[in-house]
Ligand binder design. Structure first.
Ligand SMILES: Cc1cc2nc3c(=O)[nH]c(=O)nc-3n(C[C@H](O)[C@H](O)[C@H](O)COP(=O)(O)OP(=O)(O)OC[C@H]3O[C@@H](n4cnc5c(N)ncnc54)[C@H](O)[C@@H]3O)c2cc1C
Length: 416
């Protein structure tokens, strides 16, 4: 069923009895050409583009829980392509372009809102770094604009620009950045993939791999063995646990990242703002809640909940730039498990096992990457060659010393 204004009117006239489920609840088949493990944003996008763009047939997505229950439905919904390094910027700009056409493409309202993102500047050295980053963005075809404090004040009147502990000296704006309703992305890709014949199988945990003579033949699951020609893994924070079942040890750690939502307020924030002298980022949802976050919890964990010291740290960051928000009450908070890589950049690559492919290491930034990650992983699975925008996201960069370290903090996964 194609969604449209006409469809809404038609269904309204017949008492809304004709809506069909957004996707089928498929039963596992004995064998597929391609199995994708993980029904998060990346796994579903991969299946969608495989079927739609690369003519893939007999594809299944295996999800241990429910669609949208992982990080794709837990993030702070920010999309942007404001990266510095060559390995990253073209990829994230490709992703932003895919976001721009996504709702028409998969025929689903994901509430994509290009309300802009602003990175605040607090020192002269930071201004130099952000001018450099803005230039790198423009060289790669992205938009970037340096704003003065007066311009920022006009757009964000609640920012403390005068008496701040960290005075605001300007900002780097990307007007095409913004927010997307996160779980609608999972639902839209699931529906889109299903409409191209992909089986989406929920409550189906992969518990092991069948590997013979260096080739993967299928996966053991909580619903029995399923054979496959190729297997793509896209399980984000569970990557190290899943790949250990194929005897692989990844250059990755799992950490918790928390997100927070305040009570609903009248419109107070035009776009997304990030603090430059600490770690805090904030936007306002369409329901009025302030959606914000900050640093990881520093220790390794697979638990989807965080601890109180980080809550305090994040709120301090917020209060430093938006003291007025101290009056708002916190409504909800939650955690997600992040797949933090050694250099802070992702991996989209084949493994040493024939037919087994890996997608992970998305750190804080995997939501904005969802469309490009899915597209490039589908390209790799279909053609056995990396997509031009993902050629640097290979395992061997750690061996060859070609790290893509945006933050320049070295092999400290919790600092990226
Ligand atoms: C609090 C928070 C805020 C964030 N904010 C942003 C942001 O503003 N912008 C941004 O770009 N990124 C952000 N991120 C990062 C982003 O959400 C993730 O990088 C991205 O969602 C990860 O990819 P995914 O959607 O495929 O992951 P997930 O949705 O986690 O999908 C992985 C799926 O694999 C399933 N799975 C795991 N093991 C198995 C198994 N053995 N068998 C079958 N299925 C399995 C899981 O159940 C899960 O559904 C944030 C993350 C968090 C937690």
């Amino acid at each position: 069923m194609r969604y449209s204004g006409f469809q809404v009117i038609k269904q309204a006239l017949s008492g809304h009895k004709g809506w069909t489920p957004a996707w089928r609840d498929s039963e596992p088949q004995p064998h597929y050409d391609i199995i994708i493990i993980g029904g998060g944003g990346h796994g579903l996008a991969t299946a969608y583009y495989l079927a739609k763009e690369f003519g893939g047939k007999r594809i299944a997505v295996l999800e241990k829980g429910w669609i949208g229950g992982g990080n794709v439905g837990r993030n702070t919904t920010i999309i942007r392509s404001n990266y510095l390094l060559d390995g990253n910027e073209p990829f994230y700009e490709f992703s932003l372009k895919l976001w721009e056409g996504l709702e028409q493409d998969f025929n689903y309202n994901a509430m994509i809102s290009q309300r802009g993102i602003l990175n605040l500047i607090h020192t002269d050295a930071q201004r130099d770094a952000f001018v450099r980053r803005g230039n790198a963005m423009m060289l790669n075809g992205a938009d970037a604009e340096m704003l003065t404090t007066a311009q920022i004040k006009k757009r964000y009147p609640y920012l403390n620009t005068e008496n701040a502990r960290f005075p605001i000296k300007g900002g780097l704006a990307q007007h095409r950045g913004g927010t997307v309703r996160h779980d609608a992305v999972a639902w839209g890709y699931a529906r889109g993939a299903d409409s191209h014949g992909v089986d989406i199988i929920q409550n189906c945990e992969v518990t092991g791999f069948k590997i013979e003579n260096g080739k993967v033949l299928g996966v053991d699951t909580s619903r029995g063995f399923i054979g496959a020609g190729k297997v793509g893994c896209a399980v984000a924070g569970s990557s190290s646990r899943l790949m250990s079942k194929a005897n692989m040890r990844l250059p990755m750690e799992s950490h918790v990242l928390q997100a927070f939502v305040s009570e609903g307020l009248k419109p107070v924030m035009a776009g997304v703002v990030t603090f430059g002298a600490g770690h805090f980022y904030c936007s306002q949802s369409d329901k009025g809640g302030l959606v914000f976050g900050g640093d990881l919890d520093g220790y390794n964990s697979y638990a989807q909940r965080g601890n109180l010291p980080v809550v305090e740290d994040v709120c301090e960051g917020g209060m430093a730039i938006f003291p007025a928000f101290g009056r708002a009450r916190l409504l909800r908070m939650w955690g997600g498990v992040m797949d933090m890589s050694m250099d802070g950049s992702p991996i989209i690559d084949k493994t040493h096992i024939d037919g087994l492919y890996f997608n992970g290491g998305w750190c804080y930034g995997g939501f904005k990457a969802t469309p490009a990650s899915g597209f490039c992983f589908a390209h790799l699975l279909a053609k056995d060659a990396p997509h031009p925008f993902a050629t640097d996201y290979r395992f061997d960069r750690f061996e060859k010393g070609r790290m893509i370290d945006e933050k320049g903090v070295g092999n400290q996964p919790n600092l990226h």
